[in-house]
Every structure is written in C-alpha cells, then in structure tokens.
Ligand binder design. Structure first.
Ligand code: NAP
Length: 305
C-alpha cells in the first residue's frame, strides 16, 4: 500500500512564501503584484476556476480582478483589452481562461499577451524559453507536478517518466520540464500503442488525459510515483460506484450538484503505487499556488527585484 500525496500541505507552504514576499513588495515598492483573469463567455467551470484564483489573490494580498466579457465580444475588442492590460502598471499577470468560445483561436489570443505578463506560461516566447531551459514563466500545472514529485522526496534525474497527455497547458510543457531535470521522458497520447505496457515501465507516471478512472493498476509499476492531473466532472452514478465504491458523500454531491470530481487514475492504484496524488486534492491546489508564485515572479521581473 502506497502513500497518498496530498497537495494542500505542499501548496500551503508555497502560498505562505508568496504571502510573505507580497508583503515585502508592498514595503519596498508601495504596491503589490496584480493578476487579471479574462473570461470570455459564461462557461460555468471557467467561472468557478476564476473565482478560486481571485480568492487566492485576496488571501495572499495580491491585487486580483476578473474581466467578464460576452461570448460575442469582437476579436479586436478583446485584443484592445489585452493591450490595455499589457500597458497597465498595476497588472503583472494576465491570464485568458481557456477554453475560449468558438470563433477565437486560443494561440492567437495568447500571443497578444506581453510575455513578461504571461503567468500561464503558454505564450510561444515562454515555451521557447522552456525548450531552451532558460529562465522564464512556466505553465502552472506542470510546475505544481514538479513540486509534488519533490515533496515525495523522489529525484527526477535518471528516472523513467511517462506523461500521458500532450496538451500545450499540461503534457508538453511538463515533458520539457522533466527533460530539463534530466528525467528520461516518454510522452503518450491517444495514438500510443500498448499504453499500459509503456506506462508500466515508468518510475514516475503522470496521467493528464481527462478520462475518469482510465488508469488502473495494470498501467502502474510496483512502487511507482503516480501523479493524477485529471480532474473530471462525473455524473454517472455507476461510474462513480465503480471508482470509489459505496460513497454516500459522493452520491449526495451528484444529487445536489449533478456531478462529482474524479481523476484519471483509479483510487485502488494506491495498493500498487509507492505514492499517488488524490484527485481532487492533489495537483489542483498546486496549480493555483503556482499561479500566485508566477504573478509574484512577473512582478519581481518587471521591478528588477
Ligand atoms: P486535453 O487538452 O484534452 O488533452 C488530453 C490529452 O490526453 C491529449 O493529448 C490526448 O491525446 C490524451 N488522451 C486522451 N485520451 C487518451 C487515451 N485513451 N489514451 C492516451 N492518451 C489519451 O486535456 P488537458 O487540458 O491537458 O487536461 C487533461 C486533464 O487534466 C483534464 O482532466 C483536466 O481537467 C485536467 N487538468 C487539471 C488541472 C489541475 O489544476 N488539476 C489543470 C489542467 C488540466 P491526443 O493528443 O492524441 O488527443
């Protein structure tokens, strides 16, 4: 039986460090790091993610604001908004909450952000710095995954690491970061053959697929460190029962909210893994903590602090 690797204690430490440094920014410069999130449209999941980010800003003493724009906002209007924020001194971080409504090309919208304020780390310039292993703003979720691996006391150098998922926000930057840390990375995706065999070679297995409960024990090497990035809203009671057994709390959640959260990894993998992050409660808290840290870093970069 492995150890559950909870995200909250790791995230709390980072949040405390950020809070102290934010106070120092206030003392030194008379201002604090600022983050603006942009929501185009009214995707409920995006709204709730942005509310969490805004709350985190408030609790750590950062300036935080969400700009709500209608789904039918014109392309040029959105571009002008982002340009205003690029020029606004009190804003150090700009994040455009994805997915965007139909009609917007995410890569184009992200490219309008000044890379110095790209706290999501997905501007082409930021990704170029990452590939060159040069300092720069890095994507928050992969940064959080690295912190979780570190917190387990597991070194990355020389390890076989399998990342399942190749999105721009998680899988690809994460694979590059692990390469920079001298891990030997295999990136898997929906066209990968013999996924279970490939995954079961990993000392460190990271699932970022968006497929609830896809990863069972047959994907996992005995004693491996397993990070579950997946965060999926599941409403099918039978699926939930299959994953979590009889769990009255989850049944009630489905009744009240219409869904419960589940990761990509089956909880019973804990019996075979050395460590497993829960989902929810693993990577999620780290993603927000790293966003706060990135906003602080962007402030420090802009103020040569
Ligand atoms: P995404 O853009 O949909 O990418 C999913 C990736 O998984 C794709 O590369 C896809 O392969 C691969 N995949 C899907 N089905 C597969 C299969 N059967 N076998 C092998 N690979 C498969 O998703 P994402 O944005 O990276 O997010 C992934 C998950 O992480 C989601 O559950 C999301 O909610 C969660 N997430 C959590 C956080 C957090 O803070 N906790 C942050 C970001 C994302 P192809 O490229 O071939 O299609």
């Amino acid at each position: 039986m492995g150890t559950w690797l909870e995200g909250k204690p790791v995230a709390d430490k980072i949040r405390d460090q950020v809070k102290n440094e934010v106070a120092l920014c206030q003392q030194t410069f008379g201002k604090v790091p600022g983050l603006v999130g942009i929501l185009v449209g009214d995707n409920p999941a995006s709204q709730s993610y942005l509310r969490m980010k805004e709350k985190a800003c408030q609790s750590l003493g950062l300036y935080g604001q969400v700009l709500y724009l209608a789904a039918n906002t014109a392309r040029d209007q959105l571009k002008a908004k982002i340009e205003d924020l690029n020029n606004e001194d009190k804003v150090d971080g700009i994040l455009v909450q994805l997915p965007l409504p139909k009609g917007f090309a995410a890569h184009e919208v992200i490219s309008w952000i000044n890379p110095e304020k790209d706290v999501d780390g997905i501007h082409p310039y930021s990704l170029g710095l990452l590939l060159q292993n040069l300092p720069g703003l890095r994507a928050c979720t992969p940064l959080g995954v690295l912190e979780l691996i570190k917190s387990a006391g597991v070194g990355i150098e020389g390890k076989d690491v399998v990342v399942i998922g190749r999105s721009l926000i998680v899988g690809k930057p994460l694979a590059a970061m692990i390469t920079n840390e001298n891990g030997t990375v295999t990136i898997c995706h929906s066209k990968t053959k013999n996924l279970a065999q490939v995954a079961a070679r990993a000392d460190i297995l990271i699932a970022a697929m968006g497929k609830p409960g896809f990863i069972g024990p047959e994907f996992v090497k005995e004693g491996a460190l397993v990070i579950d990035v997946g965060s999926n809203a599941v409403s099918d009671k039978a699926v939930v029962r299959e994953l979590f057994g009889d769990d009255p709390k989850r049944e009630k959640e489905i009744q009240d909210k219409g869904f419960t959260w589940a990761g990509d990894v089956q909880p019973r993998v804990i019996d075979k893994a050395g460590w497993l992050t829960p989902s929810p409660g693993g990577v999620g808290p780290l993603t927000i903590a790293m966003l706060m840290r990135n906003t602080l870093e962007a402030f420090k970069g802009r103020h040569h602090f």
